[in-house]
Design a binder for this molecule. Structure first.
Ligand code: RIB
Length: 301
């Protein structure tokens, strides 16, 4: 089976679900509390593993109970955790998440050990990059590490899928080395200056990212679907309509699933349909990794 290397963050998500998101200074009573395994990198690694991917996860956790629990969770999903680094001087990542009844959320992250990822950590993982068929990474770790990873994979000819979340400015040089970039509307706007609201504006933003050198651009448009731009086609692939209870990690599930599909040799539009299905299922359930589907829940493409 073709190997997937996911590099990124691991968090414990402390979640309160209430009727509506509080405004600054407002207190909203009557919420329910949950603790979930989260973090963009971990969510993408777990999504890929649950769907049958052969996943190695490179991450940093603190020397604390939250980090140990997180790593145990990855092991249960069959993920290779032998390269996860424990940082003795940091706490493990924590995200405070508020979710409202519509499924919309807002998130505040204390990165802890995730913020200690360095270019040296990537250099030390060169063999892992070399063995991977795909590298999947996000922006919840320092840009220094992401850049080192993209440079390394590019030099070795290993395709990189970058989910540019949370939104941060990126150099054209970095974008030019990507096989796929998968921003959502806000991330696409930050990277291109185009306000993305629909298929037309997504096409405009995607063209800019292609001009910067990304081979394939996939802009995720939430319930509308995912817009693909390659050198051969531009197409909106609609998502499956569901009743959302919690949209946390929908993008992570999409990216993990997309990478599994590509690692199995699916062509890009089929891979996006596969990823759309997985993301749609994830928003019907609470939590990040807890909401992600296993393979048998997806219809064959
Ligand atoms: O993408 C969702 C994730 O973002 C959550 O699991 C939370 O940990 C934050 O990192």
């Amino acid at each position: 089976m073709s190997k997937i290397l996911v590099v990124g963050s691991s968090n414990t998500d402390m979640v309160v679900k209430s009727a509506h998101l509080p405004l600054p200074g407002e207190t909203v009573l009557g919420g329910q509390f949950f603790t979930f395994a989260g973090g963009k990198g971990a969510n993408q690694a777990v999504a890929a593993a649950k769907l049958g991917g052969d996943v190695t996860f490179l991450a940093k956790v603190g020397n604390d109970a939250l980090g140990k629990i997180a790593v145990e969770g990855f092991k249960k999903e069959g993920i290779d955790v032998s390269h996860i680094i424990t940082d003795p001087d940091s706490h493990s990542g924590v995200a405070l998440i508020m979710v409202e009844d519509s499924g919309e959320n807002c998130i505040s992250v204390a990165s802890g050990a995730n913020g200690k990822f360095t270019a040296l950590d990537i250099e030390n993982a060169s063999e892992l990059v070399k063995k991977a068929s795909y590298v999947l990474v996000q922006l919840e770790i320092p840009l220094e590490a992401v850049t080192a990873l993209v440079d390394k994979a590019f030099a070795l000819g290993v395709p990189v899928i970058l989910n540019p979340a949370p939104a941060r400015p990126l150099s054209d040089k970095l974008i030019s080395k990507l096989f796929i970039i998968t921003p959502n509307e806000t991330e696409a706007e930050l990277l291109t200056g185009v306000k993305v609201t629909d298929e037309v504006s997504a096409a405009k933003a995607a063209k800019i990212l292609r001009e910067k050198g990304a081979k394939l651009v996939i802009i995720t448009l939430g319930a509308k679907g995912a817009f693909l731009l390659s050198d051969q086609e531009e197409i909106l692939i609609p998502s499956i309509q569901v009743n959302a209870v919690d949209t946390t990690a929908a993008g992570d599930t999409f990216n993990g699933a997309l990478t599994v599909a590509l690692s199995e040799g699916m062509e890009i539009k089929a891979a996006i349909r596969f990823a759309n299905q997985a993301a749609a299922i994830s928003v019907t359930r609470m939590g990040a990794q807890s909401s992600q589907p296993v393979r048998s829940e997806l219809k064959p493409i």
